[in-house]
Design a protein around this ligand. Structure first.
Ligand code: PHB
Length: 393
């Protein structure tokens, strides 16, 4: 009897020393949520995701598989070195079971080696560059791959007689994925990509480029700017008179982000975008989400970042139900692969091969619904995958 107790005790001590406490002994599952809560991406990314998680937990409780869920929120201020330090502290000191959030690509990439080394599940709820999911086998993405909307958007553009286009993207990794995919798909479909413009991510000034674009007179301007930046883009688009130039504005849905769209004014009417989420998506699931989001945010409207957070915490809850509360990287990821559910965005699935999102892409037009501007979906391409990963095969 004594001998057995000693053996069990020694085994547990060894497990604790390497941080692998058996799931049954955990009373709490800790999730380290690392987001840009301050700086230019605070409102449209960090706060969106944090609010959406609050809404989900208010609706679904804070206990899963008999364990209490504890969120430890950290603000990385959109600085990759800070993300890395915070994730290290969360894993080593706070002994979190899961890391989540990751507002922009450089921040997700800074955390990936730590997830890989410590075998900690990393749920990417925002950042969208294709390569991210390949940087740790323990990454699962619930946001979107940046270039996913491109094939359906190009299809729409070509069918609508858009023969000459100029592209304008924010000059960082997701912008590069998007620019490359747009060039490939549009050119293959017979379109003429007249010029490719890149705008710095920090302190962007669109005006000089917009003047050049006005002079070049393409049929359309294709644009990608990250969540939140669409407000300034649209302001300068109008200041340069492009809204009256006859040049059609098309883009990924990032530019008409639901968080900034209501403030853009009627100049945004008619903008055509392709994306996976609109706050106007007509479904019972989205009604629950938008109402829950409004409650925790003083009447706010969720955007595509918010839905990435809502689905991310949903994925965590469903995985924990399947694993009986086990969170080690291998068990977690095995349970997440192939998981399917009806999100507020529509049907979604975690690709069992890539751990990325398979989902619908919708073509939308900015319209007035009542008094407010919304991205109104009018056509759907079902079950799309990341075209960048598909091209590598
Ligand atoms: C990214 O950093 O990957 C990113 C951020 C915001 C977006 C899209 C992509 O809207």
């Amino acid at each position: 009897m004594l001998r057995r107790q000693v053996l069990v005790g020694a085994g547990l001590a060894a497990l604790m020393a390497c941080g692998a406490l058996p799931a049954a002994a955990q009373e709490t599952i800790k999730i380290g949520l690392v987001l840009p809560m301050t700086g230019p991406f605070g409102p449209n990314t960090g706060h969106q995701i944090n609010n959406a998680i609050k809404a989900y937990m208010a609706q679904n409780g804070d206990t899963v598989a008999g364990k209490k869920i504890e969120i430890i929120l950290k603000d990385d201020g959109n600085v990759a070195d800070t993300t890395k330090r915070l994730v290290q502290e969360l894993i080593v000191n706070d002994k979190v079971n899961i890391i989540a959030g990751f507002g922009l690509t450089p921040l997700a990439l800074a955390a990936a080696p730590l997830s890989a080394e410590a075998k900690v599940p990393q749920i990417v709820m925002a950042a969208a560059t294709s390569i991210i999911t390949e940087r740790s086998p323990y990454i699962v993405r619930t946001s979107f791959p940046a270039a996913q909307p491109i094939p359906p958007l190009v299809d729409w553009a070509v069918k609508n007689n858009i023969k000459k286009t100029i592209s304008l993207v924010a000059d960082f990794a997701p912008g590069h994925d998007i620019e490359k995919a747009f060039e490939e798909f549009y050119t293959k479909a017979g379109g003429n990509l007249m010029e490719k413009v890149r705008i710095p991510l920090r302190n962007p000034d669109f005006s000089p480029f917009l003047q050049r674009i006005a002079d070049a007179k393409p049929d359309a301007l294709f644009v990608f700017v990250p969540a939140g930046m669409g407000a300034q883009f649209m302001k300068q688009f109008v200041e340069r008179g492009l809204d009256k130039s006859g040049i059609k504005l098309i883009g990924t849905g990032d530019v008409t982000d639901d968080d900034v769209l209501p403030g853009m004014g009627d100049v945004a009417l008619g903008v055509i975008t392709a994306h996976h989420y609109s706050a106007n998506h007509q479904s019972p699931e989205n009604k629950v989400f938008t109402e829950g989001y409004a409650k925790v945010s003083n009447g706010g409207r969720p955007n595509f970042m918010g839905v990435g957070g809502y689905d991310g915490i949903h994925l965590i809850y469903e995985v924990l139900k399947k694993t009986g509360g086990k969170t080690d990287g291998d068990t977690f990821v095995a349970a997440a692969k192939g998981m399917k559910w009806t999100s507020p965005r529509g049907p979604m699935q975690i690709d069992p091969e890539t751990r990325d999102v398979i989902q619908n892409v919708y073509i939308r037009e900015v319209k007035k619904v009542g008094d407010a501007l919304y991205n109104v979906e009018f056509s759907t391409t079902e079950n799309t995958k990341d075209p960048v990963k598909a091209a590598k095969k």
